[in-house]
Write a protein that binds this ligand. Structure first.
Ligand SMILES: [Zn+2]
Length: 309
């Protein structure tokens, strides 16, 4: 049993324009990490394209059609202030969502202990009928609903340690007691949601906002005192991770001050929880991370902890 990697070269073709932080170079950084000696043995699989029916489990069908029809033949098509489609976006956005479904299938059928989806664009800000914050389709929510429909699960958890609040995932989970969403994020910061009193229909939403310039101590306390016990009580049948590395101290978009050691620690804790409840079934999906060094350090630390599972 090992860690599977789902990725695809089509994810480089989503062009966000000059100077955009969510650039193809981010995926190049992750691929460089995967090429390191310590990760070279990990099996890499092509991320398949998600089908419209998979996307429509969490997104309005009209939104899915609007996005796919909006992929331009040339130039850019703007969906949101900072979310664009380019001619190469179709493959990227479909494979980013499809990667999570394929990873769920592989982990649920016991082909691997866990899996990491090295894809872009990120997904956790995408709402049922709206692109937001570099995100077009909500990759992790598509994977969660796929797990329920395809594999008959009724307790699926997402833990999101991206520095931004996963408003999209929360909005898709909040009225559904079979889905649990917990997030640490910097506040105040984009998108402005994620207050502690946003709890969901069955206390199935748990938000731990952290002040700017919080660091390892505050992050680990939020995990140990709140998120890990709640996850333990929820007893997931599958654990999904929104793995953003923009809480790294070097990241230009936030000020949370985490290090590689923190990403390794939190991943280990999450894997241990999954070991106790669901045979270690974990699927992790790349979200943000906008400094090349910070992204590489966070990603490598995360993979090390997944591989030790
Ligand atoms: Zn982020």
């Amino acid at each position: 049993m090992t860690t599977l990697i789902f990725t695809h070269s089509d994810c480089f073709a989503h062009d966000t324009g000059p100077g955009h932080p969510e650039a193809p170079e981010r995926l190049a950084v992750v691929w460089e990490v995967l090429d390191r000696e310590e990760f070279r043995g990990l099996e890499r699989r092509d991320a398949p394209e998600a089908g419209v029916e998979q996307l429509a489990r969490v997104h309005d069908r009209a939104y899915v059609d609007m996005v796919l029809d909006g992929v331009p033949a040339q130039g850019y098509h703007r969906l949101d202030g900072d979310t664009l489609l380019s001619p190469g976006s179709r493959g990227a956005i479909l494979r980013a969502a499809g990667s999570v479904c394929a990873a769920v299938d592989a982990v649920m059928t016991g082909e691997a202990a866990n899996a990491f989806c090295a894809v872009r664009p990120c997904g956790h800000h995408a709402e049922p009928a709206r692109a937001m914050g570099f995100c077009v389709f909500n990759n992790i929510a598509v994977g969660a609903l796929h797990a329920r429909d395809r594999h008959g699960l009724s307790r699926i958890a997402v833990v999101d340690f991206d520095v931004h609040h996963g408003n999209g995932t929360q909005s898709m989970f909040t009225d559904d007691p079979e889905l649990f969403f917990a997030s640490t994020h910097q506040s105040p910061l984009y998108p402005g949601t994620g207050a502690p009193w946003e709890r969901g229909v069955a206390d199935n939403i748990l938000n731990l906002p952290l002040e700017p310039y919080s660091g390892s101590v505050e992050f680990r306390q939020a995990m140990e005192r709140a998120i890990l016990p709640a996850l333990e009580a929820f007893a997931p049948e599958l654990l999904l991770i929104s793995a953003g590395f923009d809480a790294h101290a070097r990241d230009p978009l936030a000020q949370l001050g985490l290090t590689g050691a923190d990403f390794e620690w939190v991943t280990r804790k999450l894997v241990e929880t999954a070991d106790r409840h669901c045979g270690g079934r974990v699927v992790s999906v790349l979200e943000g991370g906008y400094d090349a060094v910070g992204l590489a350090e966070g990603c490598a630390a995360h993979l090390r902890a997944l591989m030790r599972a």
